[in-house]
Design a protein around this ligand. Structure first.
Ligand code: MN
Length: 231
């Protein structure tokens, strides 16, 4: 007798650099605004208002190679390059000083956004899922374990479209650094091994069109290269 009435989904996972074993993904938390210049460009006061979060489904995280799938229902697909943090050890009410012990590793990802749908959701007080949580909306590079990389607190974060620089910032400019973000999430829910956090994007977000070549990276961590697919 089978345990499930339909076949269960394959557990979403991320590759790990130089290792055959993969990182199993449980949930994906995303920080809304975490760089002052990006908060300003979106029309908000960046003065350390508490961080806020939204989520993507675990299987939104896909390898950041090859074709970047252009999603339906949008005319304004935006790129947001972000530091991705993979949690290796869970906990509740984690203190910022202990938070980095909970990190398995880091990667570079894109928080792809249907900006037109998000704008409408903001205007109407609706949730953000239709703007943020679509299929393949979180491409990510393989993880680099913190045991090899350490815990970078600075480094240029950038994104180019067709070779032209669009986004630029530095991890040191994060309003809420990784340890604070982990502390905040763990106050709301029990953070668990396998959780992944997209930590927000620097200024310069903009639209992608079919055929665009996207390159992005964080110096000292990783780079990605994708081509935007057809609508
Ligand atoms: Mn984002």
């Amino acid at each position: 007798m089978s345990e499930y009435v339909i076949p269960p989904v394959t557990l979403p996972s991320l590759a790990i650099v130089d290792q055959a074993a993969r990182f199993p993904i449980r949930r994906v938390f995303c920080v809304g605004r975490n760089y002052s210049e990006h908060a300003r460009e979106m029309g908000h006061d960046p003065d350390r208002e508490p961080p806020f979060f939204f989520m993507k489904p675990a299987d939104a995280v896909v390898p950041a190679t090859g074709t970047l799938a252009y999603p339906p229902l949008t005319e304004d697909l935006h790129h947001e390059v972000e530091l991705v943090v993979a949690i290796g050890k869970g906990g509740t009410r984690i203190s910022p000083s202990a938070a980095l012990d909970h990190v398995y590793g880091y990667a570079v990802g894109l928080d792809l956004t249907r900006r037109d749908i998000q704008a409408q959701a903001k205007k109407m007080g609706r949730p953000w899922e239709w703007a943020k949580a679509f299929d393949a909306s979180g491409p990510s590079t393989p993880l680099i374990p913190a045991s090899k990389l350490g815990h970078p607190s600075s480094g240029k974060i950038w994104l180019k479209v067709n070779g032209e620089e669009r986004q630029q910032g530095d991890l040191a400019d994060q309003i809420w650094p990784v340890q604070d973000v982990i502390a905040y999430v763990s106050q709301s829910v029990e953070l668990q091994a396998g959780d992944v956090i997209f930590t927000g994007t620097p200024a310069g977000v903009g639209a992608l069109k079919p055929g665009d070549v996207v390159t992005a990276g964080i110096d000292g961590i990783a780079q990605l290269h994708m081509t935007v697919g057809q609508r």
